[in-house]
Ligand binder design. Structure first.
Ligand code: FPP
Length: 238
């Protein structure tokens, strides 16, 4: 496709699937796939930024992922630990604002501290916004939001009639962030797996068989090409 015809989505969300299967094929432990996945994630963030994406959200750990073997969960948590600490300098060097969505209280205290520190130290950066979903589930996010709204009604701060779509959005973890324009899921699966269900109401979906550890800039551009060809007939599509 001619470069001038390539439409760059403002907000790209990714379900990074297939780390385990990729590793298995190479006769390596699943965690080898996660480590490669973490590297690919850093590169893809850079690629998205260089192409002009403004918001980049990834599903790193779902509320359901706790059911995985203890050792695998620990190794993924260690990847987060390393990443969250090293990301402060990397994000600041590249003007990246980093935010984490999901329910935090279940995470280890040092990980919560690292998240708070990373968000605080990068909050004034004006380049791409990088949003990492950790212990995230859409149903959990919506439930927490509803609890807050119910409390506000109970406290007399809010009338039930005042509850609108915008007000619900503003009680989600993604408050203030525009909804994704494009969702990419790797590795052949075609489902949402409890990811951003409210926010993806009007989003274009792109599925590829490529496992996440093999994803690269060329694949990202392929997804953008497909996105550019889609007929967004209704203007701002609603
Ligand atoms: C999906 O592959 C991947 C995950 C559940 C973990 C994603 C984690 C990373 C890419 C690690 C790093 C993240 C950060 C922010 C540093 P899978 O295990 O479901 O693969 P499978 O479907 O082939 O089993």
């Amino acid at each position: 496709m001619d470069e001038k015809d390539l439409k760059i989505p403002q907000h790209v969300a990714i379900i990074m699937d297939g780390n385990g299967r990729w590793a298995k094929k190479k006769h390596r432990p699943r965690t080898f796939g996660h480590a490669k996945g973490a590297k690919v994630l850093e590169q893809t963030l850079e690629d998205a930024d260089s192409l002009g994406v403004k918001y980049f959200t990834v599903y790193a750990f779902s509320t359901e992922n706790w059911a995985r073997p203890y050792e695998e969960v620990q190794i993924i948590m260690n990847l987060f630990r390393d990443y969250l600490i090293s990301a402060v300098d990397k994000c600041n060097r590249n003007n990246v604002r980093c935010m984490v969505i999901g329910e935090r209280t279940r995470l280890d205290a040092d990980i919560i501290d690292a998240i708070n520190n990373l968000e605080e130290k990068t909050k004034n950066n004006t380049g791409i916004t990088f949003i990492v979903a950790i212990n995230y589930g859409s149903r959990d996010e919506i439930t927490r939001g509803f609890r807050q709204i119910a409390q506000e009604v109970k406290d007399g701060k809010l009338e039930p009639d005042e509850i609108s779509e915008d007000m619900i959005s503003s009680h989600l973890d993604t408050r203030g962030i525009p909804d994704p324009d494009l969702l990419i899921r790797t590795s052949g699966e075609e489902r949402l797996s409890n990811f951003l269900m409210w926010q993806l109401a009007y989003t274009e979906f792109y599925f590829t068989d490529i496992p996440w550890p093999d994803f690269n800039k060329q694949e990202l551009i392929k997804a953008f090409e497909k996105y550019s060809q889609r007929d967004r007939r209704y203007g701002n599509v609603k």
